[in-house]
Design a protein around this ligand. Structure first.
Ligand code: GUN
Length: 291
């Protein structure tokens, strides 16, 4: 059996088309959704991410504002830019691209974004809301994972889910979301000190790999018919190729696809979903202002 490939490119395109239609209706009601993106410094990967976010905004009809600040920007200066967007009623979402230069404390910056405009869902207030089942926003990558499972046609209720990795951005919020009453999964979060990892994975109905180790999850760790979602994006050397590297996930794709019922590819799986969910959060934030 070879697994169904759940394409994040296709699902995210579908979502963006749905949002594009929704924005037409919102504009007719006098609401112009707007996202402000802040980029500090010249990190090449961050520049690509920010440019992709802007392109998605344009496609959907969301206004995007961008503040590009030099790497030497002080914490105070950055806080002032955020404060300006916090006070601007025409701005619905604020995103400060990470990583920040080392001299700027990330926690302080992320907590300065008004929770109502925190479309990344990194503010502890919004994280806390998820854990008590009162969701305002969902963090973008975990929300993308869940959307892929749902739109792939798979049920989470009553299923055993193993999450590999306990990061604040992916593993931890996912576990918080999946065992809520709307998802009803039984979740095990695994990490570097977990015992019997192979056995735990091999008994899971759904495995979400998000620990950042290239091709960690092997075929013999997956039960027949499991659903496997690969959140990893790792650069590995590929001598002789044009770029000299290739992108691989945390899943040994070729092996695991022979056992799984469904699997997401890297690239083209979870990656494109993250931006689509950011757009969704921006629309949520905008619509909240009409209530
Ligand atoms: N850097 C890499 N991914 C992300 C993300 O999802 N949000 C922000 N703000 N920065 C990032």
């Amino acid at each position: 059996m070879s697994a169904k490939i759940i394409s994040g490119n296709e699902v995210s395109q579908q979502l963006k088309d749905e949002m594009k239609e929704e924005v037409v209706k919102l504009k007719a009601q006098g609401l112009q959704p707007c996202l402000a993106v802040i980029l500090v410094g010249e990190d090449p990967a961050s520049r690509v991410y920010v440019s992709n976010k802007k392109k998605s905004c344009e496609y959907i009809g969301i206004t995007s504002l961008e503040s590009r600040l030099p790497a030497e920007t002080t914490t105070e200066e950055l806080l002032q830019v955020i404060d300006g967007y916090n006070k601007d009623k025409s701005v619905h979402g604020i995103l400060c691209q990470l990583p920040l230069p080392k001299h700027i404390p990330e926690t302080k910056i992320l907590r300065s974004i008004l929770p109502e405009k925190d479309v990344d869902c990194f503010h502890p207030f919004n994280v806390g809301l998820i854990s008590i089942g009162e969701v305002r926003f969902l963090p973008c990558t975990p929300a993308g994972v869940i959307e892929l499972i749902k739109r792939g046609g798979f049920e989470t209720s009553g299923k055993d889910v193993v999450i590999l990795g306990r990061s604040n951005i992916v593993g931890r919020p996912l576990s918080n979301m999946l065992d809520q009453r709307n998802m009803n999964a039984t979740v095990t979060v695994c990490h570097t000190k977990t015992k019997n990892l192979k056995e735990r994975c091999a008994s899971a109905d759904i495995i979400i790999a998000a620990m950042g180790v290239p091709e960690f999850l092997k075929g013999d760790m997956v039960k027949d018919g499991a659903v496997v979602i690969d959140v990893g994006i790792n650069r590995v050397d590929a001598p002789g190729t044009e770029k000299g590297f290739k992108l691989v996930g945390d899943v040994a794709f070729d092996e695991v696809k022979e056992k799984a019922a469904a699997i997401t590819p890297v690239p083209g799986g979870v990656g494109p979903m993250t931006i689509a969910m950011l757009m969704k959060n921006t629309l949520t934030a905008a619509k909240e202002t009409m209530k």
